[in-house]
Design a protein around this ligand. Structure first.
Ligand code: AMP
Length: 199
């Protein structure tokens, strides 16, 4: 049973690493950004409410996000652990997640911070904009998302550091190398992959 958070600025590679870590640890990767994007695509009420915030690079209001993640974490596949990517993003969301976990007698095993230089993430996102055409990857919106990250999300790093669950990883370099850095740092904290624990 492994419960992990992945935290870091847009463009640090959270989505890429989340998919790999989910496989390695045998847990679902839960990305609030992906859930919002699929709601926008399917034209749901939630998607309609979230779209303007997303396109502007602002956080979707906590009231919408907290309800969504509660429902997702109640699903069967999340009962034996999960990897959260892009949530929590605000101190209010931390409080919400804390109370959810406490009410289930659970706690986070580690919070993985992907650390990356802002100029590097801007150039990565420029590339992603060309490849994926995300409406929030334009230069101006990217810069705003980085500001939102510094103001609202970066303070969470100290919160988790003070709880002694923070693992900070250099997010630059080859994808495989970054994954290896994460898994090695987690082994040091006594967190092993699904394969190792089931043997
Ligand atoms: P991401 O895919 O994590 O970069 O998220 C894309 C966009 O979805 C963000 O810029 C926000 O508008 C919205 N979003 C994703 N996760 C959250 C969250 N935890 N709280 C508020 N807004 C979020």
């Amino acid at each position: 049973m492994t419960r992990l958070l992945l935290i870091g600025p847009p463009g640090a590679g959270k989505g890429t690493q989340a998919a790999r870590l989910a496989e390695i640890y045998g847990i679902p990767a839960i990305s609030t950004g992906d859930i919002f994007r699929s709601n926008v695509k399917n034209g749901t009420e939630l998607g309609t409410k979230a779209k303007a915030f997303m396109d502007a690079g602002d956080n979707v209001p906590d009231s919408l996000t907290n309800a969504l993640i509660r429902d997702r974490l109640e699903e069967d596949d999340a009962q034996d652990g999960f990897l959260l990517d892009g949530y929590p993003r605000t101190t209010d969301q931390v409080r919400e997640l804390d109370s959810f976990l406490a009410s289930h007698g659970a706690a986070l095993d580690a919070v993985v911070e992907l650390e990356a230089d802002p100029e590097v993430v801007i150039s990565r996102l420029r590339k992603r904009a060309l490849e994926q055409g995300r409406s929030d990857d334009t230069e101006a919106v990217v810069r705003h998302r980085l500001e939102v990250y510094s103001e609202q999300t970066a303070p969470l790093i100290n919160v988790y550091a003070s709880r002694d669950v923070l693992v900070t990883i250099d997010a630059l370099g080859e994808i495989d190398a970054v994954t290896a850095r994460i898994t090695e740092a987690l082994v040091e904290r006594g967190i092993s992959s699904a394969d190792v624990t089931s043997r």
